[in-house]
Design a protein around this ligand. Structure first.
Ligand SMILES: [Zn+2]
Ligand SMILES: [Zn+2]
Length: 404
């Protein structure tokens, strides 16, 4: 009985969009998406494809493919389109397309470039405010004005690694790569993104030329979308944070993705990622209120100790020792002993054999879940990539046979 239930559970596949289908539907999804890339129509599955795929080993003999396709549509993994289906699982399409490019020795497209979107025509408000940024007095930066109130909506500037005033990445974040990054100030506190030198040079050139188009900055690197959140592509104008109607949630001091509505009612993501709040300066204090803390007690930490707390938890999850912080790990980090003492004093950590145990199991569980999700995604993408290669090999063999 229990075994039967376990088998039935295995038959369910949880897609990254949070919807489930049968495993058979997932296999159809992978096969058809792999073939869409191999046959140079990435993300499109012609209706006739089901007849071709059914002749192959899906691993589910006798499966009703039309039924599986309907299942994928119901789970928003596919969408019915003219003459077939469109794959809504953009992640899978990208994995397949990348594998095909790799197998064929084709060059990578520009880093993570978003699908080309036509730039809106230049337009200005009655007050003469347009979307283009103006160079700032100190140079190397562009300032964008709010079309609603005329105040500064955001300032975008290029930072170089180790440049004065350029705060290093906080613990747990990616350290700036060689060449620095791009930073945005004023809108919701600010953001920083690391980027390769070539992309940064291009950004710097755009900024220095003056009248920089926020749409052009976004086209350089997908990561730069987060640095131009003030820009509404539908309006073709910028708005300050106060003029975006923003709904946000806060989770453990990290900002959650937030949606905003521009004054004209267009919805866009204005705060894309888990980014540490830059307003949390080192002297600031983090208070874990008893109403939501792990043990029903108040815990007060310096922001620096809290950052160490989060980084240690994240690494403990990643390194499969959830909630345990070995002494050797802290030595390797060069962690400040005063901060460790602070974590112990505040009863967030306790001494254990060979290290410390994190008492904050709420945070530990959350990070364990995130690490598991990331691993699950990696395994899925590896499988999609393998299936793509197999389909490419089959296609080449078929072509070779035909040419003979
Ligand atoms: Zn404004
Ligand atoms: Zn708008």
């Amino acid at each position: 009985m229990a075994e039967g239930a376990a088998l039935a559970e295995q038959d369910e596949y949880l897609h990254p969009n949070g919807q489930s289908t049968s495993e058979a539907a997932f296999e159809l999804h992978v096969t058809a998406t792999a073939r869409s890339a191999v046959y140079d129509r990435p993300g499109f599955i012609p209706a006739g494809e089901l007849a071709v795929v059914s002749g192959r080993a899906l691993g589910y003999p006798g499966a009703d493919l039309a039924g599986l396709a309907a299942e994928l549509c119901a789970a928003l993994v596919w969408k019915a389109a003219e003459g077939g289906w469109r794959v809504l699982d953009a992640d899978a399409v990208e994995v397949c397309a990348a594998r095909v490019r790799e197998l064929r020795g084709e060059p990578e497209p520009l880093p993570g470039r978003p699908p080309a979107r036509e730039r809106p025509p230049a337009r200005t408000t009655t007050e003469g405010i347009g979307r283009f940024g103006e160079p700032t007095a100190r140079g190397g930066a562009a300032s964008f004005r709010c079309a609603r109130c005329g105040e500064v909506a955001g300032v975008v500037r290029v930072t170089r690694a180790g440049a004065p005033g350029d705060a290093g990445a906080p613990p747990g974040r990616e350290a700036p790569r060689e060449g620095g990054g791009l930073a945005m100030d004023c809108f919701l506190g600010g953001h920083h993104r690391t980027a390769d030198r070539g992309v940064l040079d291009a950004a710097r050139a755009l900024i220095d030329r003056g009248s920089v188009d926020p749409a052009a900055i976004r086209e350089l690197d997908w990561g730069f979308w987060a640095l131009t959140p003030f820009y509404c592509p539908d309006c073709g104008l910028n708005y300050c944070a106060a003029d975006w109607d923003i709904s946000r949630a806060e989770d453990g001091g990290f900002r959650e993705p937030a949606m905003g509505r521009c004054p004209a009612g267009h919805e866009h993501m204005v705060d894309e990622n888990l980014t540490p709040d830059p307003e949390r300066a080192p002297r600031r204090i983090v208070r874990m209120d008893r109403s939501w803390s792990f043990d029903g007690e108040d815990h007060v930490l310096s922001a620096a100790a809290y950052d160490l707390h989060l980084k240690a938890i994240f690494d403990s999850a990643r390194e499969d020792r959830p909630g345990f912080v070995p002494d050797a790990y802290l030595d390797g980090l060069g962690a400040d002993t005063a901060m460790v003492a602070e974590l112990v004093d505040s009863r967030c950590w306790e001494r254990a054999d060979g290290g410390y145990r994190v008492r904050d199991w709420v945070e530990v569980e959350w990070w364990v879940g995130r690490v598991a999700e990331r691993r699950r995604r990696a395994a899925r993408n590896a499988w999609i990539s393998v299936r793509t290669e197999q389909e490419e090999v089959l296609k080449n063999a078929e072509e070779a046979r035909r040419d003979r």
